[in-house]
Design a protein around this ligand. Structure first.
Ligand SMILES: *Cc1c(COP(=O)(O)O)cnc(C)c1O
Length: 420
């Protein structure tokens, strides 16, 4: 099936007389006729649901849809994007290990990696997109487990050269994990360019309606995990299962579920999965409109004297335009535009406070136009140095273009720019 069809129909198929729409299986538990059968589920020798912390039919249908959209072999939904990032790293990283990540990552991810994982004895080694491959390789040693990056970084909107970093990772025997939240599989499928694992905050475009927080981990099934002992040696906590041997290309995603989801319990509710599925059904239409509207907004802002700079990979003179054309479907660059007003932080605040249609929200990438001032909100916990390397200036506004009529969005912008 093509991506658009998977959005609408993937993951769930109604059989004769069954509900046409994915049902919400609001049940923690599942009944079986014999203990023997249930024992087989515990042994992982038989497929099926036993307890909703680990899996649930509604959640499973959405996981199947997202795995198909990304072209992966399996997926696991989590209660948030943060949980997805955490589990994607912990699944192959232990105390004493380190990993490489980019300094332009989402603020929440940066905090998780630099502060919380550090307390667990895991060191995140931050690199920049400006660093050469040699610079990055200097930081890779025998304890380095992975490279973590964002397809389109939030909020600096830098487009990742996925092929380059996949090659660099593989040359060093480690996987590339890509946070594909902003692009979504409608604009980019990182596995096609060599990425090994994809994570999402489904709270953004995938849900798209700003209704439900969620996350997803998708496994390409292609990486060779034989050097990763947690996957290639027996799991004592799971009576000796060896993931690479027993689950082959599903090793990574199976371990994430039966070991880490079992132990950490960052489980999504079936209702959250249902809402996410509703969002995914129109993802293909929305990403087109978001991208069209955002390009119009970016061009419009560029012409204003009240605006000092505009970043949008869809603009021809943007630093990331060439990469956007290579990696993003038809160069469509999602709905997020970042720009700076004149008069620094004060100008930015006056612009934001004057908007009427666009609201100030701690959210991004949903169907209603919204704005945020990262330096005083999402990135508030970062030091000045971290702000600098995350590309967040004091006058920086993150403009999340919705799918309203473009004329209404532009007139709102114009009246607010007059106040700057
Ligand atoms: C929002 C976001 C996250 C965190 O996801 P939550 O669902 O808010 O936990 C991670 N990565 C990116 C790129 C994001 O935009």
């Amino acid at each position: 099936m093509e991506k658009e069809t998977i959005c609408v129909q993937g993951g769930y198929e109604s059989k004769n007389g069954e509900p046409r729409v994915l049902p919400i299986y609001q049940s923690t538990t599942y009944s079986y006729d014999s203990s023997e059968e249930l024992a087989k589920l515990f042994d992982l020798s038989k497929d099926g649901h036993m307890y909703s912390r680990i899996s649930n039919p509604t959640v499973a249908a959405v996981e199947k849809k997202v795995a198909a959209l990304e072209g992966g072999v399996g997926a696991m939904m989590t209660s948030s994007g943060q949980a997805a990032s955490l589990i994607s790293v912990l699944n192959i990283t232990s105390s004493g290990d380190n990993f490489i990540c980019f300094s332009n990552l989402y603020g929440g991810t940066t905090n998780l990696f630099a502060v919380t994982l550090k307390k667990l004895g895991i060191e995140a080694r931050f690199v920049s997109l400006e660093d050469s491959d040699e610079d990055i390789e200097k930081l890779i040693d025998e304890k380095t487990t992975l490279i973590f990056a964002e397809t389109i970084s939030n909020p600096s909107l830098e487009v990742l050269d996925i092929e380059r970093y996949a090659k660099l990772a593989h040359k060093n025997g480690i996987p590339l994990i890509v946070d594909n939240t902003f692009a979504t599989p409608m604009l980019c499928r990182p596995f096609e360019w060599g990425a090994d694992i994809v994570v999402h905050s489904t709270s953004k475009y995938m849900d798209g309606h700003a209704e439900v927080v969620g996350g997803m981990i998708v496994d390409s099934g292609k990486f060779d995990w034989s050097k990763y002992k947690g996957l290639s040696e027996p799991d004592e906590s799971y009576h000796g299962v060896t993931y690479t041997k027993d689950f082959k290309e599903l090793a990574y995603i199976t371990k994430a579920r039966v070991q880490l989801m079992r132990d950490l319990g960052s489980t999504p509710s079936p209702f959250s999965a249902f809402l996410l599925n509703n969002g995914l059904e129109t993802l293909h239409l929305r990403m087109l409109r978001h991208s069209e509207n955002a390009l119009a907004v970016a061009k419009h802002l560029k012409e204003s004297k009240k605006v000092s700079w505009v970043n949008y990979p869809g603009l021809e003179d943007d630093k990331y335009h060439v990469l956007a054309n290579k990696y993003l479907d038809n160069g469509l660059s999602s709905g997020v535009v970042s720009f700076g007003t004149i008069n620094g932080k004060e100008g930015a605040t006056r612009f934001m406070d004057s908007l009427k249609l666009a609201k100030i929200c701690v959210h991004v990438a949903d169907l209603r136009t919204c704005v945020l001032h990262p330096a005083s909100t999402t990135h508030r916990q970062l030091t000045d140095e971290q702000l600098e390397s995350a590309g967040v200036k004091p006058e920086f506004i993150r403009f999340s273009t919705g799918i309203e009529n473009i004329n209404d969005i532009l007139s709102d912008i114009d009246q607010a720019l007059e106040k700057v």
